[in-house]
Design a protein around this ligand. Structure first.
Ligand SMILES: C[S@@+](CC[C@H](N)C(=O)[O-])C[C@H]1O[C@@H](n2cnc3c(N)ncnc32)[C@H](O)[C@@H]1O
Length: 228
């Protein structure tokens, strides 16, 4: 039997981060593995797959993880990384928490949406300097609901494009064990998914074309060309 016939294309929805990391490496890094995970934590992503060459975190939980802020990464030379995995905290509380979401007890969280977005922006700015030309960021993020809907993933894409990253791909991770509130308390659908946003460092000659307020970013052109 010719098993080549049964080779599947990767689809956009996954149930495990490790499957996403494998797929994104195959597709975007052509099978090369990840250079750095700068929010490594316990390394849950890598229980069944190879760990990245370099691992760092603001609060390392293992001896082989370097202590470093993702917005500075001073232990990395500029222009030296081909790929960075980034899975920052995505929760924030403007006030005392009133929901039963026990994720906030486990993960660190920001004081406000603005503080979170500032951290994401400073980190992407740093990644831009640390990456080689054409290097990749694999950014795991989640839209937040705390009585209100915050479309974090669109804000990240906007910031990344302003920093001259090219949006190359989006994969969706479905979460199967999320606690749900009573439907009467809902202001929007409960989020049971997160995003893996794939960003490629663009060159100075990356061409931006603005069409009906949405921005399409294409590969580098011969002449520098920027819209206002
Ligand atoms: C959602 S957890 C990452 C979980 C990890 N992907 C895993 O598989 O175990 C977020 C991590 O980001 C780290 N972190 C928060 N702020 C940071 C910063 N400014 N620089 C680097 N790491 C930071 C936290 O210490 C935490 O370990």
């Amino acid at each position: 039997m010719n098993y080549e016939l049964f080779k599947m294309r990767y689809l956009s929805v996954f149930y495990k981060d490790e499957e996403i990391l494998k797929a994104l490496s195959d597709i975007h890094l052509k099978g090369n593995w990840y250079d750095l995970d700068c929010t490594f934590s316990k390394g849950n992503f890598y229980k069944n797959i190879e760990e990245p060459k370099l691992k760092s975190d603001l609060t390392p939980l293992r001896e082989d993880v370097i202590k470093s802020n993702s917005s500075s990464l001073q232990f990395i030379d500029d222009g030296s990384l081909k790929s960075i995995v980034f899975d920052p905290p995505f929760l924030f509380r403007k006030r005392k928490s009133i929901n039963n979401d026990n994720q906030s007890n486990f993960y660190t969280y920001f004081k406000s949406y603005e503080e979170m977005i500032d951290m994401y922006k400073a980190s992407l700015d740093c990644f831009k300097n640390k990456l080689t030309k054409g290097g990749y960021v694999f950014f795991k993020c989640q839209d937040m609901t705390d009585g209100k809907f915050y479309d974090t993933h669109t804000e990240i894409i906007k910031i990344a494009r302003d920093l001259n990253f090219i949006l190359k791909d989006i994969a969706i991770k479905v979460c199967t064990n999320k606690q749900q509130r009573d439907a009467k308390q809902q202001n929007c659908v409960a989020k049971v998914h997160s995003y893996w946003i794939v960003l490629k460092k663009g060159s100075l000659t990356t061409r931006h074309i603005q069409v009906n307020k949405s921005i399409i970013v294409s590969e580098p052109q011969r002449m520098p060309y920027e819209l206002k």
